[in-house]
Design a protein around this ligand. Structure first.
Ligand code: GTP
Ligand code: MG
Length: 402
């Protein structure tokens, strides 16, 4: 495993920008999420800086005045980590590090750090390690003395080759090795998946922390790790579940997030194979989250990247117990009514129309509306099953018997 840049309850500062793509409200919500990520990684956010800026400064991302402000705060408050919400170029990261003299992470680096902490199995660890090396490759600054130099060293270096180039080669070799290792495991896993026979395959997908594992636990009556932290689940779990008399396979997998590092999507492809090979997706949404519509868009974008967006999908809006619309006071004549004020019924109407009826509203925690969920899931899975095995249609009635 790579040396971890773990945040051990470190004083952490966040930096975000406001521009044409993200207004003040959005920027705040992104920083809220970044703060949750930092907390998950073990950091304590003690200050946030934002700057209105149309184009990021190519050298230091934020302007020099703002950077000086951050520098002063960092000095006076024993700050060990500054996290930027947006992707920094390797040069920007270097320059900022030189000025602030503390650890500089961007959102990608922070997510990678959390993944590194959470990876349990050797498979997940290998995937994270690969993503970390790919992220670090362009950021090498000749600090790689802790790496084993099996190849580099005296006599091995070509004329004029710098240490950084040697390091780069070591890292590239490491990447090749990890990729080979993953290919071997992938083959084993593909065989395992192939052995699963005729069962319809259903995958839970969704943004992180929406309740996928909780729903899996309710349905399969087994224990999958669920908690109020981001990326509680890294490895895919597959369970055989029976609704009515119809058995199927249900998989729970890594949650998605806005700006999920491409290196991660890339190296988690085989974890996502369960999604790619699924017959039906249950797209779980946390309707109590103020940004849930944007979450849906982020998830769909990743589904698109892995060519799985056009699969049959049930949208499962979870956490209805926690949904609280914003309220306009009676004497408030100025606030315009927006979707933030929708009642649950209004959201149901909206999404039932958008999804052609393939939307459901439940609480996995309170087990509300689960009966309807089971009915709808049964019907969808049965449809797929009898398409695969037309001669089985008499085994499974069209509707779920109560
Ligand atoms: N209020 C409420 N909380 C819920 C509900 N379902 C899940 N939660 C909570 O939401 C948090 C996240 O649940 P998980 O099941 O771990 O979510 P996940 O989607 O598997 O998350 P990752 O694996 O991190 O992507 C936990 O604290 C759950 O108890 C629900 O219906 N209502
Ligand atoms: Mg989970």
């Amino acid at each position: 495993m790579l040396e971890k840049k773990t945040l051990v309850v470190e004083n952490t500062v966040l930096v975000g920008i406001i521009n044409a793509q993200q207004d003040e409200d959005q920027s705040k919500e992104y920083l809220d999420e970044l703060a949750f990520l930092a907390l998950t990684a073990g950091g304590k956010v003690i200050k946030r800086f934002t700057q209105k800026i149309s184009l990021p400064n190519p050298k230091t991302f934020i302007g020099s005045g703002k950077l000086a402000e951050v520098e002063l705060f960092v000095k006076e408050n024993d700050v060990s980590t500054v996290v930027f919400d947006d992707e920094l170029s390797p040069a920007q990261q270097n320059n900022i590090e030189k000025t602030l003299k503390c650890k500089i992470l961007d959102r990608t680096g922070l997510i990678l750090d959390i993944f590194a902490q959470r990876a349990q199995t050797s498979y997940a660890r290998t995937q994270v390690e690969l993503a970390q090396y790919q992220y670090l490759l362009p950021r090498l600054k000749g600090l790689w003395t802790h790496l084993e130099r099996q190849k580099g060293g005296i006599g091995m270096r070509g004329p004029g080759e710098t240490e950084i180039e040697t390091d780069r080669r070591i890292v590239r070799d490491k990447i090749t090795l990890l990729k080979k290792k993953l290919t071997v495991i992938d083959k084993q896993m593909a065989t395992q998946r192939g052995n699963r026979g005729a069962l319809v395959r259903v995958a839970l997908v969704g943004y992180t922390n929406v309740g996928k594992s909780t729903l899996m636990n309710v349905l399969s009556k087994s224990k999958v790790f669920a908690e109020n932290k981001l990326f509680a689940t890294l490895d895919t779990t597959v369970r055989k579940v029976v609704i009515g008399n119809l058995p199927f396979l249900l998989s729970d997998t890594v949650g998605f997030i806005r700006k999920l590092p491409t290196q991660l999507v890339e190296s988690f492809k085989s974890t996502l194979d369960e999604v790619i090979e699924a017959d039906l997706l249950l797209h779980v949404v946390d309707i109590a989250h103020p940004n849930f519509e944007e979450h849906i868009a982020s998830v769909n974008q990743i589904l698109q990247e892995i060519e799985s967006l056009d699969k049959p999908t049930l949208m499962v809006f979870n956490k209805i117990d926690a949904y609280a619309p914003e309220v306009i006071e009676e004497d408030d004549l100025f606030t315009e009514r927006t979707s933030k004020h929708y009642t649950l019924e209004e959201w149901e109407d909206t999404w039932m129309a958008k999804m052609n009826g393939n939307a459901l509203f439940i609480s996995a925690l309170n087990k509300s509306n689960l009966e309807e969920f089971r009915q709808r899931a049964y019907a969808a899975i049965r449809d797929i099953h009898v398409t695969h095995f037309p001669y089985n249609h008499f085994l499974y009635p069209e509707g779920l018997e109560e």
